[in-house]
Design a protein around this ligand. Structure first.
Ligand code: ADP
Ligand code: MG
Length: 322
C-alpha cells in the first residue's frame, strides 16, 4: 500500500489541484483560456493569432502554485458512528496542502471523531465505524488493502494528553514509529540522525540533545508533548493531526507548540482541533466550525472570525453558546 500512496507523491497534473478545491476563491474563470493576447500581439497583423494559447512559463508557475494549494486530504460524505449513534454527519471538506486547518466547535460536537477518521484511528474503538470517503492524494484510505498502520505513518497524530512511552528513553520514544517503516531495519547511525532531525523539527533538540538516554518521564508536560510531535514527525508524515495538543499545557508550553505548528506549515499539512478560538485564529490558515456532528462552515480563518457566512458560526464565535 505504501508504494501506491508514495507513487501519488508525484506532483499532480496541472489543474487537478484547482479541480479538487471547493473554495469559491479558487474557481478560475473558464474564460481565462480565451484571454486576449497582449496588446503588442494584437497590433501586429502579420502574426497569426494562435488557435490555442501556448503554455507560458507563467502558466506553469501558476499550475505549480495551484497544485501546492490543492487538497491533500479530501473528505466526502463522511458519517461516523459509535454503535447506532451518528456523531459525524455527512461531512465534506478539503484540507489543503501545506496549510493549517483548525477545527473548532463546542465540546462533544464531533471534532475528535472527525480527526480520528482521517487516519483510521476511529475504527480502533469497539463498535465504532465510519462510512463515506477520505481521499489521501486521491486514494480512499478506507479502500480494501490499505494497511492502517502504514497509513498512519503518512498521516500522524498527536493527542490531547502527552503519551510518551513511559519505559523508554527520549531517543527510543522518537524512534518508536520507525519500526513500521518499509525496509525498517536501519543502522543505529541512521536512526540517530532521524531522531535528531525530528527533535529539531519539534523544537526540542536544544533542551534534550545532551540527555537522549534519559527517561521520557523526566520531561515536563510541554516537553513531553513536543516529544510526541517529534515521534510523529520521525516517520516524515505528509499530514499531522493534532487533537487539542495544548489542552493540558501551561501558557509558555502552549506558545511553543503554537509556534511549532505555525512553522510546520512550510513542510506539511496540519489539522488541529482546538476549543480555543484565539488559538485557532493564531495558528491556522483556515478554520472549520462543527456543530452537533455537522460541518457548518469552513473558511479562511480571518473571514470566519470577522465575517462568518453562517449565523450559527456567528453565534458561536460571539460566545452565545458553547
Ligand atoms: P469533541 O472532540 O468535539 O468534543 P467527540 O468527537 O469526542 O467530540 O465526540 C462526539 C460524540 O461522540 C459525543 O457525543 C461523545 O459523547 C461521543 N463519543 C465520543 N467517544 C465515544 C466513545 N468512545 N463511545 C461512545 N461515544 C463516544
Ligand atoms: Mg475532542
Amino acid at each position: 500500500m505504501s508504494d501506491r500512496i508514495q507513487s501519488q507523491r508525484e506532483p499532480a497534473p496541472a489543474g487537478e489541484g484547482a479541480a479538487a478545491s471547493t473554495d469559491p476563491g479558487d474557481v478560475r474563470d473558464p474564460r481565462d483560456s480565451h484571454v486576449q493576447p497582449p496588446a503588442a500581439h494584437r497590433s501586429s497583423p502579420a502574426a497569426p493569432r494562435p488557435m490555442v494559447r501556448p503554455i507560458s512559463a507563467a502558466d506553469r508557475l501558476r499550475a505549480a502554485a495551484e497544485a501546492v494549494q490543492g487538497a491533500r486530504l479530501s473528505v466526502e460524505a463522511l458519517d461516523a458512528y459509535f454503535g447506532d449513534s451518528r456523531v459525524v454527519r455527512d461531512v465534506d471538506i478539503d484540507f489543503r496542502e501545506r496549510q493549517v486547518t483548525a477545527v473548532i466547535g463546542p465540546s462533544g460536537c464531533g471534532k475528535s471523531t472527525l480527526l480520528r477518521c482521517l487516519n483510521r484511528m476511529h475504527e480502533t474503538v469497539p463498535n465504532a465505524r465510519a462510512t463515506g470517503r477520505v481521499l489521501f492524494e486521491g486514494h480512499d484510505i478506507y479502500a480494501r488493502g490499505i494497511n492502517p498502520v502504514v497509513l498512519r505513518r503518512h498521516i500522524g497524530m498527536v493527542f490531547q494528553r502527552p503519551t510518551p512511552f513511559p519505559t523508554m528513553s527520549i531517543r527510543d520514544n522518537v524512534a518508536a514509529g520507525l519500526r513500521v517503516l518499509p525496509n525498517g531495519r536501519k543502522s543505529r547511525r541512521d536512526v540517530d540522525e532521524i531522531v535528531e532531525r525530528a527533535l529539531r523539527r519539534a523544537a526540542l533538540w536544544d533542551e534534550v540533545g545532551d540527555r537522549l538516554k534519559a527517561s521520557a518521564m523526566d520531561l515536563s508536560g510541554g516537553q513531553q508533548q513536543r516529544l510526541c510531535i517529534a515521534r510523529a514527525l520521525a516517520t516524515d508524515p505528509d499530514v499531522l493531526l493534532l487533537d487539542e495538543p495544548t489542552a493540558s499545557l501551561d501558557p509558555l508550553s502552549t506558545q511553543r507548540i503554537e509556534e511549532l505548528v505555525y512553522e510546520l506549515r512550510r513542510e506539511i499539512t496540519v489539522i488541529i482541533v482546538t476549543h480555543n478560538m484565539q488559538q485557532a485564529a493564531r495558528v491556522s490558515d483556515r478554520t472549520a466550525f462543527m456543530l452537533a456532528g455537522e460541518l457548518v462552515e469552513v473558511s479562511a480563518t480571518n473571514q470566519l472570525f470577522t465575517a462568518p457566512s453562517d449565523p450559527r458560526t456567528e453565534e458561536y464565535i460571539t460566545g452565545r453558546f458553547g
